[in-house]
Design a binder for this molecule. Structure first.
Ligand SMILES: CC(C)(COP(=O)(O)OP(=O)(O)OC[C@H]1O[C@@H](n2cnc3c(N)ncnc32)[C@H](O)[C@@H]1O)[C@@H](O)C(=O)NCCC(=O)NCCS
Ligand SMILES: Nc1ncnc2c1ncn2[C@@H]1O[C@H](COP(=O)(O)OP(=O)(O)OP(=O)(O)O)[C@@H](O)[C@H]1O
Length: 198
Protein backbone atom coordinates (compact mmCIF):
# COMPACT_ATOMS: atom_id res chain seq x y z
CA UNK A 1 0.00 0.00 0.00
CA UNK A 2 1.40 3.42 -0.86
CA UNK A 3 0.43 7.08 -0.83
CA UNK A 4 2.03 10.13 -2.38
CA UNK A 5 2.23 12.96 0.16
CA UNK A 6 2.54 16.49 -1.11
CA UNK A 7 1.69 20.08 -0.28
CA UNK A 8 3.14 23.51 -0.79
CA UNK A 9 6.46 24.70 0.56
CA UNK A 10 6.19 24.96 4.38
CA UNK A 11 2.61 23.67 4.57
CA UNK A 12 3.74 20.88 6.93
CA UNK A 13 4.65 17.83 4.83
CA UNK A 14 7.54 16.89 7.16
CA UNK A 15 5.29 17.37 10.18
CA UNK A 16 2.60 15.06 8.77
CA UNK A 17 5.04 12.47 7.42
CA UNK A 18 6.69 12.27 10.86
CA UNK A 19 3.25 11.59 12.41
CA UNK A 20 2.63 8.81 9.87
CA UNK A 21 6.08 7.31 10.52
CA UNK A 22 5.38 7.33 14.27
CA UNK A 23 2.33 5.14 13.51
CA UNK A 24 4.41 2.65 11.51
CA UNK A 25 4.54 3.99 7.94
CA UNK A 26 7.76 3.76 5.91
CA UNK A 27 8.95 7.04 4.41
CA UNK A 28 10.57 7.88 1.09
CA UNK A 29 11.58 11.56 1.19
CA UNK A 30 12.23 13.31 -2.14
CA UNK A 31 13.91 16.28 -0.42
CA UNK A 32 16.47 13.94 1.16
CA UNK A 33 17.10 12.27 -2.20
CA UNK A 34 17.36 15.72 -3.86
CA UNK A 35 20.12 16.60 -1.38
CA UNK A 36 21.97 13.33 -2.03
CA UNK A 37 22.19 13.93 -5.78
CA UNK A 38 23.69 17.36 -5.07
CA UNK A 39 26.59 16.02 -2.98
CA UNK A 40 30.17 16.43 -4.24
CA UNK A 41 31.12 13.62 -6.62
CA UNK A 42 27.56 12.98 -7.84
CA UNK A 43 27.10 13.28 -11.63
CA UNK A 44 23.93 15.35 -11.11
CA UNK A 45 25.89 18.03 -9.23
CA UNK A 46 28.51 17.96 -11.99
CA UNK A 47 25.80 18.54 -14.61
CA UNK A 48 24.38 21.43 -12.57
CA UNK A 49 27.83 23.03 -12.34
CA UNK A 50 28.24 22.62 -16.08
CA UNK A 51 25.02 24.54 -16.64
CA UNK A 52 25.12 27.17 -13.84
CA UNK A 53 28.90 27.55 -13.49
CA UNK A 54 31.40 27.14 -10.64
CA UNK A 55 29.77 30.09 -8.85
CA UNK A 56 27.10 27.72 -7.42
CA UNK A 57 29.82 25.94 -5.41
CA UNK A 58 31.26 27.01 -2.05
CA UNK A 59 35.07 27.04 -1.67
CA UNK A 60 34.94 23.50 -0.18
CA UNK A 61 33.21 22.14 -3.31
CA UNK A 62 29.77 21.69 -1.76
CA UNK A 63 26.66 23.26 -3.28
CA UNK A 64 25.92 26.88 -2.33
CA UNK A 65 22.19 26.23 -1.81
CA UNK A 66 21.31 29.84 -1.09
CA UNK A 67 22.99 31.00 -4.29
CA UNK A 68 21.36 28.38 -6.51
CA UNK A 69 18.04 29.02 -4.77
CA UNK A 70 18.34 32.76 -5.52
CA UNK A 71 18.79 31.93 -9.19
CA UNK A 72 16.06 29.33 -9.67
CA UNK A 73 13.35 30.83 -7.48
CA UNK A 74 13.48 34.07 -9.49
CA UNK A 75 13.80 32.69 -13.01
CA UNK A 76 11.36 30.10 -14.43
CA UNK A 77 13.73 29.21 -17.29
CA UNK A 78 16.62 28.46 -14.92
CA UNK A 79 14.23 26.57 -12.61
CA UNK A 80 13.19 24.37 -15.51
CA UNK A 81 16.87 23.82 -16.39
CA UNK A 82 17.60 22.69 -12.80
CA UNK A 83 14.53 20.45 -12.75
CA UNK A 84 15.55 18.85 -16.06
CA UNK A 85 19.01 18.14 -14.62
CA UNK A 86 17.91 16.81 -11.21
CA UNK A 87 14.46 15.25 -11.56
CA UNK A 88 15.20 12.12 -13.65
CA UNK A 89 17.75 10.89 -11.06
CA UNK A 90 15.47 11.84 -8.15
CA UNK A 91 12.51 10.01 -9.74
CA UNK A 92 14.59 6.89 -10.37
CA UNK A 93 15.77 6.75 -6.74
CA UNK A 94 12.20 7.32 -5.46
CA UNK A 95 11.00 4.36 -7.56
CA UNK A 96 13.81 2.13 -6.27
CA UNK A 97 13.21 2.99 -2.60
CA UNK A 98 9.43 2.49 -2.98
CA UNK A 99 9.96 -0.85 -4.68
CA UNK A 100 12.35 -2.06 -1.97
CA UNK A 101 9.98 -1.09 0.84
CA UNK A 102 6.96 -2.64 -0.90
CA UNK A 103 8.85 -5.90 -1.53
CA UNK A 104 10.27 -6.15 1.97
CA UNK A 105 7.23 -4.89 3.92
CA UNK A 106 4.06 -5.62 1.92
CA UNK A 107 1.93 -5.05 5.04
CA UNK A 108 3.20 -1.52 5.77
CA UNK A 109 2.03 1.81 4.36
CA UNK A 110 4.73 3.43 2.22
CA UNK A 111 4.51 7.23 2.30
CA UNK A 112 6.35 9.09 -0.48
CA UNK A 113 6.87 12.78 0.35
CA UNK A 114 7.30 14.73 -2.91
CA UNK A 115 6.98 18.53 -2.83
CA UNK A 116 6.54 18.77 -6.61
CA UNK A 117 4.31 15.71 -7.11
CA UNK A 118 1.58 17.54 -9.07
CA UNK A 119 4.00 19.86 -10.90
CA UNK A 120 5.87 16.76 -12.11
CA UNK A 121 2.69 14.83 -13.00
CA UNK A 122 3.51 11.85 -10.76
CA UNK A 123 -0.04 11.10 -9.54
CA UNK A 124 -0.21 7.76 -11.37
CA UNK A 125 2.66 6.31 -9.29
CA UNK A 126 0.42 6.21 -6.20
CA UNK A 127 -2.76 4.56 -4.98
CA UNK A 128 -3.82 7.88 -3.42
CA UNK A 129 -2.43 11.40 -3.17
CA UNK A 130 -2.62 13.13 0.21
CA UNK A 131 -2.24 16.91 0.35
CA UNK A 132 -1.00 18.78 3.41
CA UNK A 133 -2.79 22.10 3.15
CA UNK A 134 -2.22 25.55 4.60
CA UNK A 135 -3.44 28.72 2.86
CA UNK A 136 -1.01 31.07 1.10
CA UNK A 137 -0.82 33.59 3.98
CA UNK A 138 0.07 30.84 6.48
CA UNK A 139 2.69 29.48 4.07
CA UNK A 140 4.31 32.91 3.81
CA UNK A 141 4.42 33.34 7.60
CA UNK A 142 5.84 29.87 8.34
CA UNK A 143 8.40 30.06 5.55
CA UNK A 144 9.64 33.51 6.61
CA UNK A 145 9.96 32.31 10.18
CA UNK A 146 11.57 28.92 9.53
CA UNK A 147 14.04 29.95 6.80
CA UNK A 148 14.63 33.51 8.00
CA UNK A 149 13.50 34.87 4.63
CA UNK A 150 12.12 38.27 3.71
CA UNK A 151 8.51 38.39 2.57
CA UNK A 152 9.62 38.81 -1.07
CA UNK A 153 11.93 35.79 -0.87
CA UNK A 154 9.21 33.66 0.72
CA UNK A 155 6.61 34.70 -1.87
CA UNK A 156 9.06 33.96 -4.73
CA UNK A 157 9.54 30.40 -3.44
CA UNK A 158 5.81 29.83 -3.00
CA UNK A 159 5.05 31.23 -6.45
CA UNK A 160 7.58 28.77 -7.93
CA UNK A 161 5.04 26.04 -7.24
CA UNK A 162 1.50 25.25 -8.35
CA UNK A 163 -1.12 27.20 -6.40
CA UNK A 164 -2.06 25.35 -3.20
CA UNK A 165 -5.80 25.82 -3.89
CA UNK A 166 -5.37 24.05 -7.25
CA UNK A 167 -3.48 21.21 -5.54
CA UNK A 168 -6.32 20.90 -3.04
CA UNK A 169 -8.76 20.25 -5.88
CA UNK A 170 -6.56 17.52 -7.35
CA UNK A 171 -5.82 15.58 -4.13
CA UNK A 172 -7.68 12.45 -2.95
CA UNK A 173 -7.24 13.29 0.74
CA UNK A 174 -6.59 16.68 2.36
CA UNK A 175 -5.03 17.21 5.80
CA UNK A 176 -5.59 20.84 6.82
CA UNK A 177 -2.51 21.93 8.77
CA UNK A 178 -3.45 25.57 9.17
CA UNK A 179 -4.61 25.13 12.77
CA UNK A 180 -3.14 23.81 16.00
CA UNK A 181 -0.84 20.75 15.83
CA UNK A 182 -3.43 18.80 17.87
CA UNK A 183 -6.00 19.44 15.12
CA UNK A 184 -3.56 18.06 12.52
CA UNK A 185 -2.87 15.01 14.68
CA UNK A 186 -6.62 14.34 14.89
CA UNK A 187 -6.91 14.35 11.09
CA UNK A 188 -3.87 12.09 10.71
CA UNK A 189 -5.40 9.64 13.23
CA UNK A 190 -8.62 9.66 11.23
CA UNK A 191 -6.76 8.99 7.98
CA UNK A 192 -4.73 6.21 9.62
CA UNK A 193 -7.83 4.51 11.00
CA UNK A 194 -9.58 4.34 7.65
CA UNK A 195 -6.55 3.69 5.46
CA UNK A 196 -7.44 0.00 5.37
CA UNK A 197 -10.19 1.10 2.98
CA UNK A 198 -7.70 2.58 0.48
C1 LIG B 1 17.20 25.03 -5.29
C2 LIG B 1 17.83 24.39 -4.07
C3 LIG B 1 19.35 24.35 -4.19
C4 LIG B 1 17.45 25.26 -2.83
O1 LIG B 1 17.95 24.66 -1.66
P1 LIG B 1 17.34 25.04 -0.21
O2 LIG B 1 18.24 24.37 0.80
O3 LIG B 1 17.16 26.53 -0.13
O4 LIG B 1 15.90 24.41 -0.17
P2 LIG B 1 15.46 22.85 0.03
O5 LIG B 1 16.25 21.97 -0.86
O6 LIG B 1 15.45 22.53 1.49
O7 LIG B 1 14.00 22.86 -0.56
C5 LIG B 1 12.95 23.46 0.18
C6 LIG B 1 11.67 23.41 -0.61
O8 LIG B 1 11.79 24.26 -1.77
C7 LIG B 1 10.92 23.79 -2.77
N1 LIG B 1 11.68 23.58 -4.03
C8 LIG B 1 12.92 23.06 -4.17
N2 LIG B 1 13.27 23.00 -5.47
C9 LIG B 1 12.22 23.48 -6.16
C10 LIG B 1 11.96 23.67 -7.54
N3 LIG B 1 12.88 23.31 -8.46
N4 LIG B 1 10.76 24.21 -7.91
C11 LIG B 1 9.84 24.57 -6.97
N5 LIG B 1 10.03 24.41 -5.65
C12 LIG B 1 11.19 23.87 -5.25
C13 LIG B 1 10.34 22.47 -2.24
O9 LIG B 1 9.09 22.71 -1.65
C14 LIG B 1 11.30 22.04 -1.16
O10 LIG B 1 10.71 21.24 -0.18
C15 LIG B 1 17.30 22.93 -3.87
O11 LIG B 1 15.98 22.96 -3.46
C16 LIG B 1 17.42 22.05 -5.13
O12 LIG B 1 18.48 21.50 -5.41
N6 LIG B 1 16.29 21.89 -5.87
C17 LIG B 1 16.22 21.06 -7.07
C18 LIG B 1 15.68 19.69 -6.78
C19 LIG B 1 14.20 19.74 -6.47
O13 LIG B 1 13.37 19.98 -7.33
N7 LIG B 1 13.88 19.51 -5.17
C20 LIG B 1 12.54 19.57 -4.66
C21 LIG B 1 11.64 18.49 -5.07
S1 LIG B 1 12.29 16.87 -5.04
N1 LIG C 1 0.17 23.24 12.75
C1 LIG C 1 1.25 24.04 12.82
N2 LIG C 1 1.20 25.20 13.53
C2 LIG C 1 2.27 26.02 13.59
N3 LIG C 1 3.44 25.80 12.96
C3 LIG C 1 3.56 24.68 12.23
C4 LIG C 1 2.48 23.74 12.12
N4 LIG C 1 2.88 22.71 11.32
C5 LIG C 1 4.15 23.01 10.94
N5 LIG C 1 4.56 24.17 11.49
C6 LIG C 1 5.87 24.82 11.28
O1 LIG C 1 5.86 25.33 9.94
C7 LIG C 1 7.11 25.10 9.31
C8 LIG C 1 6.90 24.24 8.05
O2 LIG C 1 6.57 22.91 8.43
P1 LIG C 1 7.30 21.66 7.72
O3 LIG C 1 8.78 21.82 7.79
O4 LIG C 1 6.70 20.41 8.29
O5 LIG C 1 6.79 21.92 6.23
P2 LIG C 1 7.19 21.22 4.85
O6 LIG C 1 5.95 21.23 4.04
O7 LIG C 1 7.81 19.88 5.13
O8 LIG C 1 8.26 22.23 4.29
P3 LIG C 1 9.17 22.13 2.92
O9 LIG C 1 8.27 22.29 1.77
O10 LIG C 1 10.10 23.28 3.03
O11 LIG C 1 9.87 20.80 2.99
C9 LIG C 1 8.03 24.47 10.33
O12 LIG C 1 8.79 25.49 10.93
C10 LIG C 1 7.04 23.85 11.33
O13 LIG C 1 7.60 23.79 12.62
Amino acid sequence: MNIGLTGGIATGKSTVSALLVSKGALLVDADVIAREVMLPGHPVLAAAVEHFGQAILLPDGTLDRRRLGDIVFHDPGERKALNDITHPAIRQEIREQMHTFEQEHPDRLVVVDIPLLFESGLEAMFEQVLLVYAPFEVQVERLMERNRLTKDEAVARIRSQMDIEEKKKRADVVIDNSGQPSETERQVDEFWNRKGLL
